[in-house]
Design a protein around this ligand. Structure first.
Ligand code: SF4
Ligand code: SF4
Length: 179
């Protein structure tokens, strides 16, 4: 069974998990469900002002999905393989080096929070400034968690707001990244 969470778009997650389970474990996915959530991808768009309301709605809509999983419900797994594989192919090629377009402004204090929240240890602090090592996953945690809004992508994010999950501190993320 699979619960698929989504931000601005459902993307290709179901198809990827479907194929991984089948090819690596010979397990066929028998349930999928989308849950509409807010997206925090500030590289493309600003954070929604109603993020808290959307989150409450998502929490509510999650309950019947959890019950379906508990009851081992089956449904038709929709896979939009061709269109998403086409869209993803080019994007995935570029992702690891998108950090070449991340800039650090003078507000940076060298605190190292960006390094702590990076899930793939792509950031080093050198001379009190972050340096990106081009194996970025474009998760944008560093952009979101920087307390100075010092990290930006090209000229896209300077005037956009930031979001961090109020239930997860950067310290917890850091601990999880280092276990
Ligand atoms: S989190 Fe922000 S202020 Fe802290 S080191 Fe990174 S870029 Fe600089
Ligand atoms: S976007 Fe994510 S993966 Fe890339 S450097 Fe920032 S925290 Fe690390």
């Amino acid at each position: 069974m699979l619960l698929q969470l989504m931000g601005g778009s459902a993307g290709n997650a179901i198809n990827q998990i479907y194929e991984l389970l089948l090819n690596k474990h010979n397990v066929k996915l028998n349930f999928n469900q989308k849950l509409k959530m807010f997206s925090n991808y500030v590289i493309i768009y600003n954070m929604s002002k109603s993020v808290n309301e959307i989150t409450k709605k998502s929490d509510k809509n999650l309950i019947p999905i959890v019950n379906s999983i508990k009851n081992r419900k089956n449904n038709k797994v929709n896979r939009f393989t061709k269109i998403f594989n086409f869209i993803n192919k080019d994007f995935i090629k570029k992702v690891s080096t998108m950090d070449k377009d991340y800039t650090i402004n003078n507000n940076c204090t060298g605190c190292g929070i960006c390094k702590e929240v990076c899930p793939v240890k792509n950031i080093e602090i050198i001379n009190k400034k972050p340096q990106f090592n081009h194996y970025c996953e474009n998760c944008i945690a560093c952009i979101q968690y920087c307390p100075q809004k010092a990290i930006n992508y090209k000229n896209a994010t300077q005037n956009r707001s930031r979001y961090t999950n109020p239930e997860i501190s950067y310290k917890e993320l850091s601990e999880r990244n280092n276990t």
